[in-house]
Write a protein that binds this ligand. Structure first.
Ligand SMILES: C[S@@+](CC[C@H](N)C(=O)[O-])C[C@H]1O[C@@H](n2cnc3c(N)ncnc32)[C@H](O)[C@@H]1O
Length: 320
């Protein structure tokens, strides 16, 4: 039995809650969970396994290695919406990835994006190009603080759904808080693209915004195979990210990124080949922005009469 003053973590939004001040409770598999708001209670009751699995002991999720635990509790990691997140909750929830996560930037991520010209109006344009229809089940890979996921939830549902995944616990915590604050139906899960916790064909559309350049070559290959697995046949991936610069000024600014394994493939213009080699066909360029950013639409082919389209073997992939 918990002491009434012992703080626990709300499994939906990650906030710390004192049990006797909780806005609600729910029992799942014999364990009682405490919540900061009635919205969190409702989200949990609708889909408890989504939230409980992430806080399970590392041994229960063998493929996702938990980061080391740190004995720091209640260390604020940012203002307001991540201000009450305890470091312990972050560490328990973090999943391992070999790519570049951005947890440190979570508190100011949205402001940073707006200052770089990829604020809400750019996101709306992204969703217009992604052509989300009412009822679509949308997955946002590398969702960050979830701005695109929440807009996708507005565009697709109900009866559609929008789920965001990210390996950064700080990002997911921020995304959940903002969803609760905005009353969004978007759901956020802690996961990496290398191992998506979803069944084959579980989505109509996968979106990914400025995440591919965070993935080193091996993670791009494995991750894009996973991304290919989760849309239904005939479904698609819509990706927007940096691509080969089209003018000398950009090259002057970005050439140091050629020394990072994650961004180099984007700058060499290899993303289209990566998408094709994951099995997508056709892969179309829908837009170019600022002579640097490209939007791709990649379709998962319908199963043909001769059998399912095969993904390419790894040795046929780009080298960058
Ligand atoms: C530049 S941010 C973009 C966030 C959001 N999509 C947006 O457009 O604002 C890149 C995101 O990719 C995430 N990321 C890095 N490695 C990843 C991986 N292996 N799987 C999924 N997401 C990853 C980072 O944690 C980060 O939140």
């Amino acid at each position: 039995m918990l002491k009434a003053t012992t703080e626990v973590v709300d499994p939906v939004c990650g906030m710390t809650v004192v049990p006797d001040k909780a806005a609600g409770t729910a029992t799942y598999k014999g364990k009682t969970y405490y919540f900061c708001s009635t919205q969190c209670v409702a989200k949990f009751k609708a889909n408890p396994q989504t939230y409980v699995r992430e806080y399970a002991a590392p041994a229960e999720r063998p493929a996702m290695r938990a980061l080391g635990s740190h004995p720091i509790v209640r260390e604020p990691v940012g203002p307001l919406w991540v201000g009450h997140q305890s470091q312990r909750a972050i560490d328990q929830a973090a999943v391992h990835t070999d790519s570049v996560t951005m947890g440190w930037a979570a508190p100011f991520h949205d402001a940073l994006c707006s200052s770089l010209g990829i604020g809400r109006s750019f996101r709306r344009e992204t969703l217009r190009l992604a052509n989300i229809a009412t009822g679509d089940r949308v997955l946002d890979v590398g969702c960050g603080t979830g701005v695109l996921t929440r807009l996708a939830a507005d565009a697709g549902g109900p009866p559609g759904s929008a789920t965001g995944i990210d390996p950064s616990a700080a990002m997911i915590t921020g995304a959940r808080r903002k969803a609760v604050f905005e009353g969004s139906s978007a759901v956020f899960r802690l996961a990496a693209v290398e191992e998506l916790p979803f069944a084959d064909g579980a989505f109509d559309v996968v979106v990914s915004s400025f995440t591919l350049h965070h993935l080193p070559p091996e993670v791009k290959r494995i991750g894009l195979r996973e991304v290919y697995r989760v849309p239904r046949d005939g479904g698609r991936l819509f990706a927007v990210d940096i691509d080969r610069p089209a003018n000398a000024l950009w090259w002057l600014l970005v050439w140091p990124l050629l020394f990072t394994s994650s961004a180099a493939a984007n700058l060499y213009g290899d993303v289209l080949a990566y998408l094709q080699r994951a099995g997508f066909a056709p892969v179309e360029v829908l837009a170019r922005n600022w002579e640097l950013v490209t939007s791709w639409s990649a379709t998962k082919p319908l199963v043909s009469t001769s059998g399912r389209m095969k993904q390419r073997p790894f040795d046929a992939w780009p080298v960058h």
